[in-house]
Write a protein that binds this ligand. Structure first.
Ligand SMILES: [Zn+2]
Length: 259
């Protein structure tokens, strides 16, 4: 039987996607890789090709809603799974959003899907909800303008009481700027999916291991790929924090969290 560097460590996936149909495969994959809990975002809002295209071309994005309710229903009986509410900032947070957020472990923005800048007041309305409920905020930043890491760091600076997570190692595979841009915003964590191992090493050196969190981006990426990368990039002594301890620290939910 093979052994992995993460054997014996509590592994918590800070970022994966699922819908009702994907939950059984996700649970089987988690069991095979010893991932004990996962924070999910509703998937399938736009096609993989459309998402890829808007990330590469920086927009324009569109007004589309994720099926958060379907995901919440699908994971209701699974104590190892919790959801981040995938909000649509084409409208400010309303009563329906507030109700959904009450059942969630965090809030997710996807500038590549919606094309709304981080400093837009409608985005702030959801950050206000996160602040009220003590929830973290996650965003997948793109480009150099309103959707960028730099604008996300400014949003975090305006909301020091909220924990923000920078998704996908910044702008993707080889982005050393991202860690520099969030360095001064101590309430921003760095999620590692998609970044080269060199970039992850750099993030730990720049930000400290306590600000770096494992995410898989399942089903676009297999968790074993990301875990293998982290086992190579992160010192053994830092693995418990990066693989699970840090995301546990910033989440307080009945399910998938630390209580
Ligand atoms: Zn994602």
């Amino acid at each position: 039987m093979s052994s992995d560097a993460w054997d014996g460590i509590e592994v918590v996936d800070a970022h994966a996607h699922a819908n009702r149909a994907l939950v059984p495969r996700l649970l089987a994959t988690m069991a095979a890789e010893n991932v004990s809990a996962a924070f999910l975002v509703a998937g399938g809002v736009v096609s993989p090709m459309e998402l890829s295209h808007t990330i590469v071309t920086e927009g324009p994005g569109r007004d589309v809603d994720a099926d958060n309710a379907e995901l919440l229903e699908a994971i209701e009986g699974e104590p190892s799974l919790a959801a981040f509410c995938f909000v649509n900032p084409h409208r400010a947070a309303g009563e329906a959003d507030r109700k959904l957020v009450e059942e969630c472990a965090g809030i997710k923005f996807a500038p590549g899907v919606h094309g709304i800048g981080h400093l837009d007041p409608r985005v702030q309305s959801y950050v206000d909800l996160a602040a009220e409920r003590g929830l973290p905020v996650y965003s997948h930043c793109i480009g150099n303008g309103a959707l960028s890491v730099e604008s996300y760091a400014r949003l975090a600076g305006r909301n020091p009481e909220v924990t923000f997570i920078l998704g996908h190692a910044g702008r993707g595979n080889f982005d050393l700027d991202a860690a520099q841009e969030i360095r001064g915003a101590e309430n921003v964590l760095f999620e590692t999916s998609g970044g080269f191992d060199f970039v992850i090493k750099n993030a730990v050196e720049t930000l400290g291991a306590e600000r770096v969190v494992f995410g898989s981006e399942f089903p676009i990426q297999h968790p074993r790929v990301e875990l293998t990368k982290l086992a190579l990039a992160v010192a053994e002594a830092d693995l418990p924090a990066v693989l699970g301890g840090n995301i546990r620290r910033v989440t307080r939910t009945r399910k998938g969290g630390s209580t």
